[in-house]
Design a protein around this ligand. Structure first.
Ligand code: HEC
Ligand code: HEC
Length: 464
């Protein structure tokens, strides 16, 4: 994967004949491989039963790339699959900006961080190790299996070199939803055949220099499997493009327009500027004494290779460290079929960590598409139903009485708020001293929420 997926490489001779496809107004032109990925992302024919489900069904750009179903968000949280009665077991998280997560690897971090970082999914199991062969990945194959498809399988070396940057976690991730029976529920071969007859089939030829081959032979490594993986690479390419990662929020625009490109921003309200200063712990006229909500211990990061951004003024601030932390989220009894203690996060993927750590989600687009009638769910199990309550939790997790002490077990968010208590964390209380007792006032909590509301991209890709 490129650290700068927004950089357009020159069109190489092998695909020079490709027409340039234009995305929605304001978007950059897409290359054929990106455009192929975009068409696949929105194609509801790629499910069984057909016409039931596309990637976009669970990752709606207009709602910040999450499940566009307010009723489910308010209750059971998990997405229905294409097949009748099939449902998932964890909240779909936004796929935008996920392409910036590095391949899964061991590192050494501060005391409140699990010793792993990167990958895609809440537990990092889409490892993307093919992107950096020889990297310190626990399992280079088969999780890095997309890579072999590009590095061998008869692709001209010019294309191999050109597409190598897409072989990160997000390409490995794309292998999962189609065959998953609680998602699109369709086999590799059928995906291949659908694309072969789709109205966008020429994009495959333009991207890979030949028609898509869906043959089941040779048995050991059938052509249809190679083609399927190439479609995963196309999905990765689009999800790494500026169409998906547009950095087009009000924060991005006002920062670019600001005379010194620094906070406080001209064009932000005092409340929004204060929210920023609290988020980053910056001593300012609005935040005298530099009160620190300590969000940056985890929600701060930039694309690989770019300078660190301690004050949140980088154009490409990602609002995640792509590492794993345990913030003490309560058990959500409303997810059917998921018992307490079942969703351990990173622990389900590697064994040398305590249960309860999840990969930090980006805060970009957390408020996108919210309205009086459309509410989201937050954190991996969607226990939190608003940004307000989540910030209140960070502020008072260790201050309010426990719901259990009031005799309320497995409380929902609503029950907790009504009783002014927090449930015990699903997994034993972690000593995460950076959350739990921040000493924020109600208006400071509100300022942090107002700041997060400036992070919604104003560009929204549409179904092609
Ligand atoms: C039925 C709903 C559903 C469908 C359909 C679906 N996803 Fe997802 N997606 C999820 C869920 C749930 C997760 C989180 C799963 C986990 O972490 O274990 C997820 C996670 C992801 C992530 C990881 C983001 C990150 O930051 O780690 C990406 C990327 C993604 N999906 C892309 C896709 C693509 C591409 C498709 C189509 C090929 C797709 N999804 C289809 C529900 C869905
Ligand atoms: C110790 C690391 C850490 C700190 C400090 C932290 N977060 Fe988080 N944040 C996380 C992790 C990890 C998750 C996901 C937890 C889960 O799903 O179990 C998360 C989830 C969230 C979400 C939900 C996003 C989504 O898509 O569901 C929001 C919003 C959020 N944090 C905002 C904040 C704010 C604002 C602050 C500062 C007041 C903050 N966080 C401090 C690590 C942290």
């Amino acid at each position: 994967m490129s650290t700068k997926p927004y950089t357009r490489s020159l069109i190489l001779a092998s695909v020079a004949a490709a027409p340039v496809i234009f995305g929605p107004a304001g978007a950059d032109a897409l290359e054929p491989i990106e455009s192929l990925g975009k068409n696949i992302f929105f194609d509801e024919k790629l499910s069984i039963p057909a016409n039931k489900q596309a990637c976009a069904s669970c990752h709606d750009p207009a709602r910040g790339w999450i499940l566009p179903n307010a009723t489910i968000n308010a209750t059971t949280v998990v997405a229905p699959g294409a097949k009748p009665h099939a449902v998932g077991n964890i909240k779909p998280h936004a796929n935008a900006y996920a392409s910036f997560s590095p391949p899964f690897r061991r590192g050494s971090f501060g005391p409140f961080t699990a010793p792993w970082e990167g990958g895609n999914f809440w537990d990092g199991r889409a490892e993307g190790c093919g992107a950096t062969p020889g990297a310190d990945c626990p399992t280079a194959e088969p999780r890095g299996a997309v890579s072999a498809t590009i590095r061998s399988s008869g692709l001209p070396s010019s294309l191999q070199a050109r597409y190598a940057k897409y072989l990160g976690p997000i390409a490995d991730q794309a292998l999962n939803p189609f065959p998953n029976d609680v998602e699109q529920n369709i086999r590799e071969k059928n995906v291949c055949q659908q694309v072969k007859t789709a109205k966008y089939k020429d994009l495959y030829r333009q991207a890979y220099g030949g028609d898509i081959d869906c043959s089941p032979n040779p048995k050991a490594n059938p052509a249809c499997r190679t083609s399927f993986k190439r479609l995963a690479v196309a999905l990765a390419a689009w999800q790494a493009s500026s169409d998906v990662n547009s950095f087009s929020s009000r924060r991005d625009k006002k920062l670019a327009d600001d005379p010194d490109h620094a906070f406080p921003l001209v064009g932000f309200t005092d409340q929004e500027n204060l929210g920023h200063d609290l988020f980053y712990g910056i001593d300012s006229e609005l935040n005298r004494g530099g009160k620190d909500a300590r969000c940056t211990a985890c929600h701060n990061g930039v694309p690989r290779g770019e300078p660190a951004d301690p004050k949140g003024e980088a154009p490409k601030q990602l609002y995640t460290d792509n590492r794993f932390h345990h913030i003490g989220v309560p058990f959500n009894r409303q997810i059917q079929g998921v018992a307490k203690g079942a969703k351990t996060g990173l622990r389900a993927h590697v064994t040398d960590v305590q249960a309860g750590s999840f990969r930090t989600p980006t805060l970009r687009n957390v408020a996108k598409g919210l309205s009086a009638s459309f509410k989201k769910a937050y954190t991996h199990n969607g226990w939190f139903k608003s940004l307000e309550s989540l910030v209140h939790f960070y502020n008072t997790r260790d201050v309010l009485r426990s719901c259990e002490s009031l005799g309320i077990t497995q409380a929902t968010e609503k029950e907790a708020l009504q009783n002014n208590c927090w449930p015990a964390p699903e997994f034993p209380n972690p000593a995460v001293f950076v959350v739990g007792n921040l000493g924020l006032t109600a208006s400071e909590e509100a300022a942090i929420v107002a700041y997060m509301k400036t992070l919604s991209d104003e560009r929204t890709p549409k179904k092609p």
